[in-house]
Design a protein around this ligand. Sequence first.
Ligand SMILES: Cc1ncc(COP(=O)(O)O)c(C=O)c1O
Length: 356
Amino acid sequence: METVANKIAVEKVKSSKIQDVDFDNLSFGSVYSDHMLVCDYKDGKWNAPKVVPYQPITLDPSAKIFHYGQSIFEGMKAYKDEDGKVWLFRPLENFKRFNRSAQRLAIPEVPESYFMDGLNTLIQVESDWVPQNPGSSLYIRPFIFASGNGFHASPANEYKFIIACAPSGAYFSGKVKVLIEETYSRAANGGVGYAKAGGNYAGQFYPTKLAADKGYQQVIWTDDNTHEFIEEAGAMNVFVRINDTLMTAPTSDRILDGITRKSILDIAKDEGIKTEVRKISVHELVEAAENGSLKEMFGAGTAAVVSPISGFGYHGKDYDLPDLKDSYASLLKKRITDIQYNRAEDKFGWRYEVIQ
Ligand SMILES: Cc1ncc(COP(=O)(O)O)c(C=O)c1O
């Protein structure tokens, strides 16, 4: 799929900071590119977006984002192939989810052309910032927050939509050990769990810190009602392989509809792997770990791609997973990254070229 972006105003930096970046040693999301897209909502409408130098923002202390947390975001990546061409992966899915999140947080939805043409123009301008090293990419962070003022607990009348970029390496290095959460909840029925709302992540930090203190890198959230069924982890959906069946929980208003999750399900089916989308109980997981039928678990998300889980803790006991040579995780990771980096045929039509 190709598009030619509509004209978006671009104000370029006077001098680039790209020469200060060590592209061979990138961490995740901690250095930012030269430019960002900015679009303001004022007087009942989104104004035309523009690309400007990356810069701090000044806000009034009464801006509603500080008080009522009206903010949403997306996470995407731009990938560079061997010929230097730049690709996005299913960006329209991010755009649609962005507006689903906006709607839930009473934030005005962004027109598709502002998001897609703005994104295209920004990534064209930043194409030198898309790393070519294996496993690296340009992480793209679209977000909206309530910039309008007032202590009244009601939606703001002004918002800022920004897209910023960070050349990034791997999100996790190595396998992750997870704790199945029995006390805290990430999301509840009727809540905002399905939205990428900033507050969903703030609410995870404390339980995740408690888990980290016990030696686990991530929490696997369970349903808020019974804590009997696994849902998702940090910024990843969770997959479980019992014998040769690959399973993941159904999406709901508590679980983010991950783009990596649905792509992995399609690729797994294409590989002839038996898949099931159904509730997975902790009891079933523990039993499978004990009788040896639990072969693998992994997280899936844009940032972490496919991230194998080495084991899980539950009820004060640790369960280790076997170290498989031919894991589904490595097969599926290869298939999806080969599509993302334009190393393989894109039979699903997921790749999107950013014309430079
Ligand atoms: C809570 C949560 N679950 C799952 C995911 C994975 O979604 P995606 O594959 O669209 O990045 C993310 C990351 O966006 C997330 O924040």
